[in-house]
Design a protein around this ligand. Structure first.
Ligand SMILES: [Zn+2]
Length: 240
């Protein structure tokens, strides 16, 4: 069973509030003006340097975030700005759904979104296929395929099939033990569980206080917290 969440709606509301704050501090823009520069817009009030500085800071917080989206129909990668909304793939022209889903109980079938999916604790995926931007697994997905185009989080006590998961970033919870027989290529890796295998990480690796990695590891950055273990060959790739 899947249920939609309202986080997109809340995201949109907070964006509106941010814009509201910006106008409050900087004066509402002239209806006919493009942009709101005092130099270009004679209706905009003159500001002191201190006020301009604070206005500039507020502007900085409203710079739209960029997201890489992978089309779940044709696998084409493209960027969108602002927030993740229902979007047409520029290549195959399919409309991509963006709803976030939370799965509880038993679920069979195919669920695809450019939003997020959470598989709740106690739930069971029976011959299911999930495709999402971020997937958080707390239940049993031993008989499921999970494809996270950004982060896959395998939480404590979750169950999964290593042959049927793909991810860009991987987060492993306490009490999880994984032995990868194939080489793992990822961006960032964070583990508080026990990992065996060969890991090539383009970003950072973080080993938490209960975590360990045994095998071969290549990464740009490595953080081992107190209690974390690392055994094997380690290579830190030079920053370009
Ligand atoms: Zn497409």
């Amino acid at each position: 069973m899947a249920e939609n969440k309202i986080s997109n709606l809340l995201g949109s509301y907070s964006s509106i509030r941010k814009l509201g704050n910006l106008y409050d501090s900087y004066g509402k823009p002239d209806d006919n003006a493009i942009g709101n520069s005092p130099a270009l817009n004679p209706k905009a009030p003159t500001r002191t340097s201190g006020e301009l500085f604070s206005a500039a800071r507020i502007r900085q917080t409203t710079v739209p975030e960029r997201f890489e989206i992978i089309c779940y129909v044709c696998q084409y990668a493209f960027n969108i700005q602002g927030r993740i909304v229902r979007t047409m793939c520029p290549k195959c022209h399919n409309m991509l759904l963006c709803e976030n889903h939370a799965i509880s109980g038993s679920y069979a079938g195919i669920l695809k979104t450019i939003g997020n999916i959470e598989v709740k604790a106690g739930s069971f995926l029976d011959n299911a296929e999930l495709f999402a931007r971020n997937i958080t697994l707390k239940g049993n997905a031993e008989n499921a395929t999970l494809r996270a185009t950004e982060q896959l989080e395998l939480c404590s006590y979750s169950k999964f099939n290593l042959e049927r998961i793909t991810f860009k970033d991987l987060v492993i919870g306490t009490d999880i033990a994984c032995s990868f027989t194939k080489h793992v290529f990822c961006n960032n890796l964070a583990t508080d569980g026990t990992l065996y295998g060969t890991f090539y990480c383009n970003g950072s690796v973080k080993i938490g206080p209960h975590g360990s990695i045994t095998g071969e590891l290549k990464a740009r950055r490595l953080i081992v917290e107190d209690g974390g273990g690392l055994e094997g060959t380690i290579e830190i790739i030079e920053e370009r």
